[in-house]
Design a protein around this ligand. Structure first.
Ligand SMILES: Cc1cc2c(cc1C)N(C[C@H](O)[C@H](O)[C@H](O)COP(=O)(O)O)c1[nH]c(=O)[nH]c(=O)c1N2
Length: 229
């Protein structure tokens, strides 16, 4: 077989798909082991190589080890989680309350990935009407870090049951910086085979074949892909 650098080897391809399929949102399986600085640096490099609109690179990475900051964030989460539980009723609410939805203290490291909404100045290439493209770009950085972490054997849990204004206050963020993702990072005892929400019976993965359309909302049908799914 001819090799060329624009095509991954079979092993490289398998590695990439493995990271994608075996990445998990982790909150219950964290180990206390410290993440070595060079490993954290690799994760942050991976995040920093995400695509961004107009190459604006709107992210900053706030590395949080302080127990007292994490305790404050946990208390904030508990307050928000109480409100969140009340949105469900009866058995569903009980089920919700039984779920563990964060690993703020069990993980050795928390990381807030922020989005600087003014990065790149007022006119960013590609960010005209759709001003949220800076937020989308920052999400790409989160996903890059999440996948790289999986390849390193490190679990990541995204905690969004938080009030963003409270997080901004605790982290001293200026007005134009949005706390996009509050993450918990650490080595794990295991990566579950399926999403924890699926394992606990909260919600299942939808069949891909139900989600790929040519004509669901009346669009012209280009090609039928369903046989391949
Ligand atoms: C933007 C965003 C925000 C959150 C999440 C994800 C994303 C993308 N997820 C994780 C989510 O529940 C999880 O990704 C799905 O259940 C699928 O599981 P896997 O990620 O495949 O393990 C998540 N999980 C959790 O326990 N508490 C949370 O606050 C959040 N918040």
């Amino acid at each position: 077989m001819t090799t060329s650098n624009h095509r991954f080897t079979e092993a490289e391809r398998r590695g990439l798909y493995r990271a994608i399929h075996e990445r998990r949102d982790v909150r219950s399986q964290f180990l206390p082991d410290r993440i070595p600085p060079d490993v954290l640096a690799r994760l942050l490099e991976a995040a920093h190589h995400a695509p961004s609109v107009g190459f604006m690179q709107p992210w900053d990475f706030i590395v949080i080890e302080s127990r007292s900051v994490r305790e404050t964030v946990l208390a904030m989460h508990e307050q928000e989680n109480q409100k969140a539980a009340e949105r469900f009723e009866g058995e569903r609410q009980e089920h919700y309350r039984s779920l563990k939805l964060q690993g703020i203290m069990e993980s050795p490291l928390n990381l807030c990935i922020t989005c600087d909404r003014s990065r790149g100045g007022p006119h960013v290439l590609g960010r005209n009407s759709i001003v949220e493209t800076d937020l989308f770009s920052t999400c790409m950085a989160v996903q890059n870090l999440w996948l790289a972490a999986r390849a390193e054997g490190i679990g990541v849990g995204w905690v969004s049951i938080l009030d963003q204004e409270q997080i901004s206050t605790v982290l001293n963020l200026p007005e134009h910086v949005y706390p996009l993702a509050y993450l918990c990072l650490g080595y794990v005892s295991e990566f579950l085979d399926q999403p924890e929400l699926e394992a606990k019976g909260w919600r299942s993965r939808l069949p891909l074949s139900d989600l790929v359309h040519g004509d669901k909302w009346g669009q012209p049908l280009a090609t039928r892909w369903s046989d391949a799914l």
